[in-house]
Ligand binder design. Structure first.
Ligand SMILES: CC(C)(COP(=O)(O)OP(=O)(O)OC[C@H]1O[C@@H](n2cnc3c(N)ncnc32)[C@H](O)[C@@H]1OP(=O)(O)O)[C@@H](O)C(=O)NCCC(=O)NCCS
Length: 190
């Protein structure tokens, strides 16, 4: 890392802080994934690759690499001081100034608007700090809570990718949402 001091944490609201992942998060991250395993497995394809805390280290290491390379930007969701999910800018493509958003949240923290606020922060960060032009979000067509997040934060539906994701034993169609930098400026009043 260079000489530039890096802001590590972002206070989003009194009960929500986003901060960079650390190697010391492995145990708490695994505990959170493990207690939400069946709930997350309904929509996320990586649960069977997260069998123990050491599997979490691979995810954390690639997140640390992403901070350095700029390839991705993943943050821990700290809800009332406890690790309760992740939110990320993934697949950052400098040539096209586009990237994807991804997220998951502890089931017991749903219904508070935490993810919508976290995604709004990531949109601001992507467009203002990183100069991106487009953010995309892909959610299985039947994943109503995730599609509601996309709509709530002002993303628009581009279309549906047929059978685009393999979920353990079946394919799912993915709804693709996006927001462009000028649309975000209009939404945010910036
Ligand atoms: C997708 C997921 C993050 C959505 O979580 P969520 O809590 O519904 O999303 P939000 O944080 O935006 O909260 C919205 C809910 O809080 C309510 N809410 C309460 N206070 C709110 C506030 N201040 N602002 C916005 N919403 C608020 C909303 O009414 C909504 O509840 P509803 O669904 O009963 O109408 C969560 O379901 C999840 O992790 N799912 C499993 C993993 C997954 O699918 N990941 C995405 C793959 S594409």
């Amino acid at each position: 890392m260079g000489m530039k001091a890096r802001l590590e944490r972002y206070v989003i609201r009194p009960d929500l802080e986003l901060r960079r992942l650390r190697r010391s998060d492995a145990a708490a991250l695994f505990a959170c994934v493990d207690r939400n395993r069946s709930y997350l497995r309904a929509w996320l394809p990586w649960l069977d690759m997260s069998a123990d805390a050491s599997d979490m280290m691979g995810f954390i290491e690639s997140s640390l690499a992403g901070y350095q390379s700029g390839g991705c930007f993943r943050l821990a969701m700290m809800v009332d001081g406890e690790l309760a999910g992740c939110v990320a800018i993934e697949d950052i493509e400098p040539a096209h100034r586009c990237a994807k958003i991804g997220y998951w949240l502890d089931a017991r923290q749903q219904g508070k608007g935490l993810m919508s606020d976290a995604v709004r922060f990531l949109m601001r960060h992507a467009f203002e700090e990183r100069g991106l032009h487009l953010l995309e979000l892909r959610a299985a067509v039947d994943n109503a809570p995730s599609r509601a997040v996309a709509t709530r934060v002002g993303m628009k539906l581009d279309g549906v990718l047929r059978q685009r994701e393999w979920l353990y034993d079946h394919y799912v169609d993915l709804a693709v949402y996006s927001v462009l930098a000028p649309e975000w400026r209009a939404l945010s009043g910036a």
